[in-house]
Ligand binder design. Structure first.
Ligand code: ADP
Ligand code: MG
Length: 341
């Protein structure tokens, strides 16, 4: 075959393959967009585990009419401009690919109204060149992204979807992780027209209310608050002593600059902090937040951003190890947890 440029829709489907694995991946990308837009309210409607519909309404900044088509194009982003921006990422998104990718494997409609614009507009893409169509719409300030019939045109992907129940569980788990990254955002999750989760916004001082709602009071009853700062790196959050861990299931939440992570190096540090006290039926149980200057961590390692790379990995490892170890040793119990039941 001679060399040819791929049709845009196919190029986008290939890109989608890296990030859009299942309905929960769509939900993740859309929520991250809403949070980047400054929303503090998210209403999420799921039908049939997300394969029929995923719709997210937010009250964020919105997208002006003239940029709606661009928002759906690949490599189009409002979040970075230069390599310097990329190396000091403040937002959850930056790749400019999510909406284009999702549009190529589902029927996506984007409806938005910035507060300063009188009329809301709706956009969607069609055809091999994914050209955008626009129409006026009715919508309050903010944005709704409606994703219908995920993988309708990519049967190979569709085949790998599990039951609606399993797919919904993935969405629910993801939502829990997000709910613990932003206490100040109200989140409502509906499945097949029924409200399944409702996390009201709380202030930081009331973080345990949110945590109790998301993980359960079995966690907050036994969790100790820990906090430490060293050379611009801060770790804070809650850990559960090893003796209590067996009752906790496996609540393991670790955030790096607001982003949920499953990082081997960090897990290793935490395990080591627990020492010999863990065994097969007791796993470390924690909700921890690591904050460090964005230029000291590279989030552009994996398209789905599940991983990060620390520039001073050894120091971070030892700092986490020492802080968690010290927290477990002093066992300062959070009695405040009892007020929230
Ligand atoms: P990225 O998030 O990497 O920039 P996306 O494809 O996810 O790329 O989104 C493209 C652009 O569309 C974003 O940069 C943003 O400007 C805009 N956008 C997407 N979703 C929203 C939203 N819910 N509210 C406001 N703007 C949005
Ligand atoms: Mg995005």
């Amino acid at each position: 075959m001679p060399i040819q440029l791929l049709p845009i829709s196919l190029a986008n489907q290939i890109a989608a393959g890296e990030v859009i694995e299942r309905p929960a991946s769509v939900v993740k990308e859309l929520i991250e967009n809403s949070l980047d837009a400054g929303a503090d309210q998210l209403i999420i409607d799921i039908e049939k585990g997300g394969r029929r519909r995923i719709r997210i309404r937010d009250n964020g900044a919105g997208i002006v009419k003239d940029e709606l088509a661009l928002a759906l194009a690949r490599h189009a982003t409002s979040k970075i401009r230069s390599l310097a921006d990329l190396e000091a990422i403040q937002s959850l998104g930056f790749r400019g690919e999510a909406l284009a990718s999702i549009s190529s494997v589902a029927r996506l409609t984007l409806t938005s109204k910035p507060a300063a614009q009188a009329q809301a507009w709706r956009a969607w893409v069609e055809g091999r060149d994914m050209s955008a169509e626009l129409a006026p719409a009715s919508h309050p300030d903010g944005t709704t992204v409606d994703v219908e019939d995920l993988f309708f045109n990519t049967p190979a992907r569709r085949k790998f979807l599990r039951t609606d129940k399993t797919e919904f569980t993935h969405i629910d788990d993801l939502l829990k992780r997000i709910a613990l990254s932003r206490y100040d955002v109200r989140i409502v999750l509906n499945h097949n027209q029924k409200t399944v989760r409702n996390y009201p916004a709380v202030t930081h001082a009331d973080a345990l209310q949110r945590i109790a709602k998301v993980i359960g009071s079995s966690f907050t009853d036994h969790a100790s608050f820990i906090e430490a700062e060293h050379l611009g790196v801060r770790l804070w959050g809650w850990v559960v002593a090893a003796e209590q861990c067996r009752h906790q299931g496996d609540a393991q939440y670790f955030y790096v600059n607001g982003r949920m992570m499953r990082d081997r190096m960090l897990n290793h540090a935490i395990r080591q902090a627990y020492g010999d006290s863990l065994n097969d039926d007791r796993s470390a149980t924690f909700v921890l937040y690591l904050e460090l200057p964005p230029q000291d961590v590279d989030v552009n390692v994996h398209p789905a951003k599940h991983e990060v790379r620390f520039h001073h990995a050894r120091q971070i490892h030892d700092f986490v190890l020492q802080t968690v170890r010290e927290g477990l040793r002093t066992q300062h119990n959070v009695s405040a947890a009892h007020h929230y039941q």
